[in-house]
Write a protein of this length. Structure first.
Length: 108
């Protein structure tokens, strides 16, 4: 009585979960492309008039909103953090690989 579900059922369930997870990001992207007057109108999902005015205002006012320096700082922090974690993890992995525990290697 070891019945396993069909493989396509698992794929459908995972696809539905991924879709539900990504739905708010899709909604966020669509709202960002709406004009200011349409943002609070929920009678339609897609914008009636597509616009990039929000992105233009975001990237054109560098003295008011320094988004470029914010993104650059975030990139540098994530780069150095990743390098530090890889270095520390490789040292820890080497130490664990050389370890001879008294309880046996099955634990590792």
């Amino acid at each position: 009585m070891n019945r396993r579900p069909h493989p396509w059922i698992l794929e459908v369930v995972v696809g539905l979960c991924a879709g539900l997870y990504l739905l708010p990001l899709l909604f966020l992207g669509l709202v960002s492309l709406k004009p200011k007057a349409e943002i609070l109108l929920f009678d339609h999902i897609l914008p009636l008039r597509w616009t990039m005015e929000h992105y233009h205002r975001l990237f054109s006012n560098a003295e008011v909103i320094p988004i470029g320096s914010w993104l650059g700082n975030s990139f540098l922090i994530s780069l150095f953090t990743t390098m530090l974690v890889v270095a520390a993890s490789s040292l820890a992995a080497y130490a664990i690989s050389r370890l001879q525990p008294h309880w046996g290697r099955w634990f590792l």
